[in-house]
Design a binder for this molecule. Sequence first.
Ligand code: E4P
Ligand code: PEP
Length: 338
Amino acid sequence: MVVVMGPEATEADIAAVVSIVETAGGEAFVSRGVARTIVGLVGDVEQFGSLNLRGMDGVRDVIRISVPYKLVSRENHAERSVVRVGGVPIGPGTMTLIAGPCAVETPEQTLQAAQMAKAAGATLLRGGAFKPRTSPYAFQGLGEQGLRILADVREETGLPVVTEVVDAHDVELVASYADMLQIGTRNAQNFALLQAAGESGKPVMLKRGMSGTIEEWLMAAEYVAQRGNLDIVLCERGIRTFEQATRNTLDISAVPVAQRLSHLPVIVDPSHSGGRRDLVLPLTRAAIAVGADGVIIDVHPHPETALCDGPQALVDGDLRELARLVRELPPVFGRALT
Ligand code: E4P
Ligand code: PEP
């Protein structure tokens, strides 16, 4: 951490900064320039953060050099991580396709969607049994019945299951069926839920908050990691911007930025970003080209009757192109489809 003193700072102001840092158990190194003085601090950065240095006389700025997320940062873990979900790797070197229905509606619909997903090259099945809906009148998911359907479909297809948990009290229940817990954009800063997921013993897919910065996203991941769970996959799913033409704005640059800052795998959700079927394949191409470690895609056998997000679900006709794309594009970028 560096404290930048203003040109008006007196020797007494500088001495006061040094003194408060040393009293807190840190070391302070004063470096006097022509125009201003800076004080470099060595020690417990979190403790320095509580010293109210910014409010002291003569202090112009306090700059944090190290990142505040320790466990998920690449500063202390240079190698990029691979997270395994039911044996399926997500991480560098591979490109993982996760696909399935947005919501589990019936056993038949879920099985058909899973078969469509598998035929396109998916190695993990997505599907929501607990749906976070904007309207309390919208379909909220089948709950545990939906989890049972997912478990049956896993049995039938061999695809491990990724499914969302929306409430900390349901983590144990969802974890007893799921291979990976999904935390959605609306819960990206639900700290109790993040902590409970961190204690679940299951890998966690953490979506970026729709209005969350990359730092907030990584701090959310840190909540999971802090509970002893480093099996976390970050998912960029589009953010809120002024643009109305798409449901969300896919922040494609977030992929390499997050990969540079964190060792965790980063995947993209082209379905929830664009919100429209015709955008899913172009955004998938972009995700693979930018170096995403995977994509998560909605598919539905009959999107016109879907109870959630039908307009963005891929149908049979699109899946041939999806299959071609995930087979041919990743090798161009040095990756293999898992
Ligand atoms: C889907 O997976 C989400 O639950 C869905 O996108 C929520 O959006 P809505 O409730 O605004 O339709
Ligand atoms: C989902 O993938 O089912 C979902 C609810 O997505 P998001 O949290 O990104 O809106």
